[in-house]
Design a protein around this ligand. Sequence first.
Ligand code: AMP
Length: 186
Amino acid sequence: MRTVFVGPPGSGKGTQARLLAERFGYDVIGTGDLLRAAVADGSTHGKIAGQAMARGELVSDAVVNEIVHDYFLRPNRPANFVLDGYPRTVAQAEYLTRTLAETRIPLDRVIYFTVAVEELVRRIDGRRQAENRLDDNAEAVRQRMVTYEELTRPVVDYYRAAGLLAEVPATGDVEAIHRRVVELLK
Ligand code: AMP
């Protein structure tokens, strides 16, 4: 199965991607994690990315597309993967479609995690206390929500039009959500 997870910040995509990796051997490509690693390395890419991330804005399509392109052109790329947090713009989605067409590995499904806004704010607040992420300050969180609405929500429409979208209500117990995801990937 080749799948994309899309949903607002705090919708639990990352947790669900990790469960698929642990239990079913999926390879997870999380652009947020890869970018945080680049920031920690102190590379030029990392420095530019870190500034956008700290403000809750998106890193440029060019930088993120390059990361994803490198991943898919590896000779030993896995048969089952989850893209977590990519694509986040329609331009990224179009780029991904072209890249996967080149490598002849089209997507099977896109899982869209839906959660009420009040619940998202509560979850991100909890995570801020637990993880101390550089972009979990109140202003960056607000900006990430705005960015999501403006730039990422159209990605949901892009995949709906392509007939690939499946919606998962991402509220309630982590295990229950996991079971819903597994059903949709059958
Ligand atoms: P995440 O861990 O997925 O919530 O991502 C954290 C931050 O990394 C985001 O708020 C963006 O600044 C940046 N980021 C992650 N993925 C992307 C992407 N696909 N395009 C642009 N920026 C991204």
